[in-house]
Design a protein around this ligand. Structure first.
Ligand code: ADP
Ligand code: MG
Ligand code: MG
Length: 889
């Protein structure tokens, strides 16, 4: 295998092998853009190194060959004493992991070559500044020295000179700093700073490989669901210098605003600096637009390049660049992260520009982003006044208790508190705090700061650079303009869409996207929100493309109507147990306690009209669309009072010698119905078979309701669903009774009712015998919650609290199988049962009604397996529609 690629050899599609950075450096090189020459060591080499602890045997020679070629091209040798070639050694994995891994600049400098560099550049200060940066970065990332030690030494040097920024240090100051830095390395790392340039390079390469497995990198990958076995590539890139004086500098830019999607000039620029300085927020950057007046030629060239990149990648790009004495160099580009709203806007803008088509536009957005846009926002009309304002870095409305370090954020959130992480600025060590927090607030840094980039990636609310807030992390407090002090634990609210910061808890209102789905805001109207417009168009693309239908899980007319507004094409799951609660509980208790047939029949008779009325309303709300009604499913004890409560009541009544006849009967019933493992007990179809008249009462209510709707000229399309079937015999018995009741109702009302009868497939046995079950079922609905529970043998109500965290940490699964369908296990049963069912009954309707119906990844799976529909909670319907459309592209 080939382990090293010159930048001229790669291209943007080789991300697996060259990492994102390497692939895009190659792409830019081949587009003829000014990229400093270099080469990329593949992720394969990294994988070998991480697996075996050693470089692959061929690597050293390949690196030497590419280094030789680079040296002859540049006309100087790495670290050459009189005129050194310097390189950066840069990490770059397939997926960008901002700030997670290591990069070392200025490799090749040594006590000897620092003088050559000074000579060549005609700038001694620059050479020593570069050298101290090398020792600092190398010391920290390669030799593992605590970075604060260097920072402190730098601060002391500045204090000694009474200056505040490092550019004010002279060559002599920097020389002394180099000596101090070398001493720190010697003391802390137990070795000298290596003077041999090739040794520097090799050690840096290994350090980049190793940085793939740091704790923070692992945590980031878990959070972002990036596989752990990809490894990172290493880019060796000849250095260009932004720290060569005022006509030099470094910056970052976006081809569009990553928050709104608007085209324009977005970015930050820092004069006389090297790349790391921009992100670190060491000095204050200026807005990119100011570069026009600093260096018009480079600015114009940059604008031109950004246009080239957008047209080439057909997407928003972000860019790192450096200007060395008036010469512009491109150091990185990638398709940029963006907020959810910008993703929708950019996708439609690019369609309008003719750069992409509808199908591609669907690939540019995700259901998760749509879900984010449906979060509520702060009420702008609420009378609270903001106490500060920063940059709207990542949208959303977050309310929580202010905490000033990540440790506290994690600790408090574990105990159920909602927190806002408040920092001056964040760094990669803050990652777990950022994950734990509802939102992130910083007083320093711009749209490209660590906090902003990471928060956007996680879809977490973030306001950054709120400069008028004085954040004092040591004293755990923040002073807002006017002098009010926010202590740790005080409630604050931050608005990531406007950048505003409020004291206390600010009321929230629905998002415009939800207003749109609810029909309270219309696309095409004069005052329509730009975002709503974009969502409207993308949803139309998705609806045109998708094959899967989307139904709702809804139990009452109100939810059904809302689901319809959100685009539901029917109800996939109406749980009838909800109709047994509230003031009907007493009737249900009587049913359970019935000693005689008469008693039982009486209570069923009393329940019938109530159920029927529920169905009439539901069928009316969903007129013309299918409504799948599931007969009673949960174990009966769920309808009885809590056993402890009841025992206390009985005991109390006994001691007071009061009458407690009924409670006593209830208590006996609770004992009688008690099961060790109720989820595998008397529930679902088993109830129907054991309690005479229960299911037939429900079927009668459905049939009579349908007849009533027909009489009212409606179009009811009820489907009766039997839960927890494990064998066709169960279904046949229930079916026979049901058919008879339906026939009776037809006769009595003189209406022909076409009521489909089907079953849930939620037990492994049902899936395995689906071919037989389909003989008696007109449809299957996969109950993937119970199916997951029974296939894995996991109790859904217990596992999350007990061992799932450990399982997730150990990587046994990347995400809970209750959240995203387990394709290999549960999924293959779904596939098998679908095929067997359809073999028996070709027109068998297939759907899914577990939580998975609204989960993006699962929706793709159900599309692939060929189901007819997914059903999910009303709020998830737009997400399911979008993902069904994306799955079909
Ligand atoms: P990250 O992936 O964390 O952004 P990079 O590898 O891009 O790390 O490098 C960190 C900083 O150093 C960036 O600002 C980058 O532009 C700058 N940099 C990297 N290589 C060079 C180089 N050869 N010349 C000048 N600056 C560089
Ligand atoms: Mg970078
Ligand atoms: Mg179930």
């Amino acid at each position: 295998a080939k382990f090293v690629y010159d930048f001229t050899e790669g291209n943007k599609d080789l991300k697996d092998l060259l990492g994102g950075k390497g692939a895009n450096l190659a792409e830019m090189t081949n587009l003829g853009l000014p990229v400093p020459p270099g080469f990329t060591i593949t992720t394969d080499a990294c994988k070998v190194y991480l697996d075996s602890g050693e470089e692959p045997a061929a690597l050293r020679d390949e690196v030497s060959a590419h280094l030789d070629a680079l040296e002859s091209r540049m006309g100087k040798k790495l670290g050459q004493a009189d005129d050194p070639l310097l390189v950066s050694v840069r990490s770059g994995a397939k997926f960008s992991m901002p700030g997670m891994m290591d990069t070392v600049l200025n490799i090749g400098l040594s006590d000897a070559s620092v003088r050559g560099l000074a000579e060549q550049a005609g700038d001694e200060r620059f050479a020593w500044d570069s050298y101290r940066r090398l020792i600092q970065m190398f010391g920290k990332t390669v030799l593992g020295v605590d970075g604060d030690l260097f920072e402190d030494a730098l601060d002391r040097a500045k204090d000694a000179k009474k200056v505040t920024v490092d550019t004010e240090l002279s060559a002599d100051d920097l020389k002394k700093l180099v000596t101090a830095f070398k001493r720190i390395v010697e003391k802390e790392a137990g070795r000298d700073f290596p003077q041999d340039p090739r040794e520097q390079m090799d050690l840096a390469i290994h350090a980049v490989f190793d940085s793939w497995n740091t704790d923070r990198a692992k945590l980031y990958r878990r959070q972002e669901r990036i596989p752990h076995d990809l490894g990172t590539a290493v880019n060796v890139c000849s250095m260009v210098f932004g720290n060569l004086g005022p006509d030099s500098g470094t910056g970052v830019a976006f081809t569009r605003d990553p928050a709104s999607g608007h085209q324009g000039v977005y970015g930050d620029y820092l004069q006389n600096a090297q790349g790391e300085d921009v992100v670190a927020g060491i000095r204050n950057t200026v807005p990119l637009a100011e570069l026009e007046s600093i260096d018009k030629k480079s600015y114009d060239r940059l604008m031109q390049i950004m246009e080239t990149l957008e047209n080439h990648y057909k997407d928003l790009c972000d860019i790192e660049f450096t200007i060395e004495r008036g010469q512009l160099w491109m150091l990185q580009t990638r398709v940029g992260k963006r907020t959810a709203g910008a993703a929708f806007r950019i996708a439609t803008q690019l369609v309008d520009q003719g750069l992409i088509d509808e199908t591609e536009a669907l690939q540019r957005v995700t259901g998760a982003q749509l879900a984010q846009l449906m979060f509520p926002r702060f009420d702008e009309h609420a009378r609270t006044r903001p106490v500060g304002r920063g940059i709207a870095a990542s949208p959303g409305a977050a309310v929580g208790k202010a905490v000033f370090d990540s440790y506290t954020a994690v600790k408090w959130s574990r105990s159920g508190e909602k927190v806002i992480l408040v920092r001056r600025e964040t760094n990669p060590d803050d990652l777990d705090g950022m994950i734990a927090a509802e939102g992130i607030l910083t007083s320093r840094g711009g749209k490209t700061s660590h906090a902003a980039v990471v928060a956007r990636g996680m879809g977490k609310t973030c306001v950054c650079g709120a400069e008028e807030l004085e954040v004092d992390t040591k004293r755990r407090r923040m002073v807002v303009p006017g002098g009010h002090v926010v202590e740790e634990g005080d409630l604050i609210s931050i608005d990531g869409s406007s950048g505003k910061v409020y004291l206390g808890e600010t009321p929230v209102v629905p998002s415009p996207v939800v207003e749109y789905f609810e029909g309270r805001m219309h696309a095409g109207a004069d005052d329509a929100d730009e975002l709503v417009e974009a969502v409207h168009r993308i949803m139309a693309f998705a609806d045109r493309k998708r094959r899967l239908r989307v139904r709702a899980n809804a139990d009452n007319a109100e939810d059904a109507l809302r689901a319809r507004r959100f685009g539901a094409q029917g109800i996939g799951l109406c749980r009838t147990e909800h109709m047994f609660l509230g003031d009907r509980r007493e009737l249900v208790e009587r049913l359970i306690l019935a000693d005689t047939d008469t008693e039982r029949e009486e209570s069923l008779r009393a329940l019938l009209p109530l159920q029927k009325q529920d169905f009439v309303e539901l069928f009316e709300a969903m007129d013309g669309l299918p409504v799948t009604v599931r007969l009673l499913d949960p174990p009966l004890h769920e309808f009885l009072p809590d056993i402890t409560e009841l025992s206390v009541r009985v005991a109390l009544a006994e001691s007071r010698q009061e009458s407690h006849e009924n409670d006593l009967r209830l208590l006996q019933a609770v004992h009688r119905l008690h099961e060790q493992n109720p989820m595998l007990g008397l529930r679902g179809v088993r109830l129907g078979l054991v309690i005479p008249g229960l299911f037939t009462m429900q079927v009668r209510a459905i049939a009579e309701a349908a007849a009533e709707r027909r009489a009212a000229k409606g179009d009811p399309r009820a489907e009766i669903m039997i839960p927890l079937v494990g064998t066709v015999q169960e279904l046949e018995i229930v079916r026979e009774e049901a058919d008879q009741v339906i026939a009776e109702v037809q006769e009595a009302t003189g209406t022909e009712l076409r009521l489909a009868i089907g079953t849930m497939i939620e037990l492994p046995r049902a899936a395995l015998t689906a071919g037989q079950i389909a003989e008696a079922a007109e449809f299957f609905s996969f109950g993937t919650n119970d199916l997951t529970q029974t296939v894995w043998g996991f109790s859904r109500d217990d596992v999350e609290a007990s061992f799932f965290t450990a399982y997730l940490e150990k990587g046994i699964f990347g995400v809970s199988p209750f959240e995203t369908i387990d394709r290999d296990g549960v999924g293959s049963l779904v596939e098998l049962a679908s095929a067997a069912g359809r073999a028996t009954r070709p027109d068998l309707k297939l759907g899914v009604c577990g939580e998975h119906g609204g989960d993006p990844e699962s929706v793709h799976f159900f599309h692939e397996v060929g189901l007819d529909y997914v059903s999910c909670s009303p709020f998830r319907i737009p997400v399911a529609r979008l993902e069904a459309g994306r799955a079909a592209t």
